[in-house]
Unconditional design. Structure first.
Length: 107
């Protein structure tokens, strides 16, 4: 159950972050509402994940890595943001770092 809640937290945070870009400085109503609601859901879900016993380091590492990768991918695919090999390398390193945190926490 904690990982399902973490998935909800990540999805809400990614939706809120993308909507932040789409809100155009909070000048567009619907994306602005998604920003506030998305971050609210994300933090409530993350709090439930931590209450359920998932270690904070593991939960936050997964949240951060998956969130960064998802927002970057959405930016490239839908918002026409540029990407290059250096950025791809950085994303690979973030994911590798979280994998190492997960492996270390499993011991």
């Amino acid at each position: 159950m904690p990982y399902l809640l973490l998935a909800l937290a990540i999805a809400a945070e990614v939706s809120a972050t993308v909507s932040l870009k789409l809100s155009d400085g909070f000048s567009k109503l619907v994306p602005s509402i998604v920003v506030v609601a998305g971050y609210g859901v994300a933090f409530v879900a993350l709090a439930a994940v931590l209450k359920a016993g998932l270690p904070v380091g593991v939960a936050y590492a997964l949240w951060a890595a998956i969130g960064v990768a998802a927002v970057a991918l959405i930016g490239v695919l839908f918002l026409k943001e540029p990407i290059n090999l250096t950025m791809i390398g950085g994303l690979v390193l973030v994911i590798a770092g979280v994998t190492l945190i997960e492996l270390g926490a499993a011991k």
